[in-house]
Design a binder for this molecule. Structure first.
Ligand code: ADP
Ligand code: MG
Length: 336
């Protein structure tokens, strides 16, 4: 009851995209090399995330959907993990099960047979044998079906799908070594190869024109040997890809930023990226960017908005300078 109330207050599960985010993170945590996301009606009718990760043994399925169940407790202290599980801490499957019809079907690679468990509006069913490939499939149907005023939480299908697409794209670009695919109402939106190459992931997600316009960014602070670390530097590395100033869109949606491997948003990163282009962008046009920034773990505050991706930096001016220099140098090296 308490969970349903909290969810009803929009505190835990905000929308289909927040469910997708949690399920994809679980798949990545499980060491998957393939993550296939498929949604119906923007995720409002159905969400399915299938992976080929370590799986969940049948005798642990019940625990996985229970309150505060996590097999990752030791890691929560760790900042990187803290970002991953923030807002849930072993509650993702439990809270989703409280406000939908949730099925978790899984088989660890070395198990003979798979098993599944279903939770409907918080009622946990029996663990049953199920034929399935190695890995885990999580299905979420009829999100919010049992919450008062379901409509209040859900916008138009197209809006919900945009959010899902943004989230899955974010993880696909952050993990070029994982084959990530997205399907909406039975039609493939994109599928990355998982070959470890960022440019190839960009090609899959944004198409050939954008991929071909992308310029490499590789910045380290003064004094860094190749691949080395400069003690006390507020930014250790900025890498990724940015588009040619003529390959743009009319929204900032395609500026994807990552801090210490985590997908985040921070106005400092976006503004610094745009500043680097100087006057090269046409009015109200924005480039594509996929930028990975590495800072000392203690220097980034992930608690600004627990459910959102927003972060804040202790050394914000230094982070801005580093990102602006990184992109500026990349454009200069390219002859721009
Ligand atoms: P958390 O991720 O914070 O541990 P969740 O509610 O998201 O909490 O998941 C509960 C547990 O279920 C996880 O700790 C993990 O053991 C298991 N689990 C969930 N999804 C998967 C998956 N895709 N593959 C393997 N194990 C999973
Ligand atoms: Mg989780």
């Amino acid at each position: 009851e308490r969970t349903v109330q909290r969810i009803a207050a929009g505190e835990v599960v905000e929308r289909p995209a927040s469910v997708v985010k949690e399920l994809v993170e679980n798949s990545l945590d499980a060491g998957a090399s393939r993550v296939a996301v498929s949604v119906e009606a923007g995720g409002t009718e159905g969400i399915r995330v299938r992976d080929d990760g370590v799986g969940i043994p049948d005798d642990q399925l019940e625990a996985a959907v229970a309150e505060h169940a996590t097999s990752k407790i030791g890691d929560i202290e760790d900042l990187d993990r803290g970002v991953a599980t923030l807002g849930f801490r072993g509650e993702a499957l439990y809270t989703v099960g409280a406000v939908s019809r949730l099925t978790v079907r899984s088989r660890p690679p070395d198990a003979q047979a798979g098993a599944e468990i279903t939770v409907a509006g918080g009622d946990v069913g029996e663990v049953r044998p199920a034929g399935c490939p190695a890995g885990t499939t999580v299905e979420v149907d009829d999100l919010f079906y049992n919450t008062p005023a379901r409509e209040k939480f859900l916008k138009r299908t197209a809006t919900e799908f945009d959010h899902v697409n943004t989230v899955v794209t974010g993880y696909a670009l952050a993990n070029p070594d994982v084959a990530v695919s997205l399907e909406h109402d039975g039609r493939e939106t994109f599928a990355t190869e998982g070959n470890g190459d960022l440019r190839s992931a960009v090609l899959a997600v944004y198409g050939r024109e954008v991929a071909e316009s992308m310029i490499d960014v590789a910045w380290t602070p003064d004094g860094a040997e190749a691949g080395g670390v400069v003690d006390d530097a507020p930014v250790q590395r900025v890498t990724g890809l940015v588009s040619h100033p003529e390959t743009t869109r009319s929204t900032r949606e395609y500026l994807s930023t990552y801090v210490n491997g985590r997908y985040v948003t921070a106005s400092a990163l976006r503004e610094a990226t745009l500043a680097a282009y100087g006057g090269q962008l046409a009015p109200d046009r924005y480039p594509f960017a996929v930028l990975f920034v590495e800072v000392p773990a203690g220097d980034v505050d992930v608690n600004v908005h627990p459910r959102k991706l927003e972060v804040r930096f202790d050394e914000e001016p230094a982070v801005r300078d580093a990102v602006e220099s990184a992109v500026e140098e990349a454009l200069l090296d390219y002859g721009l």
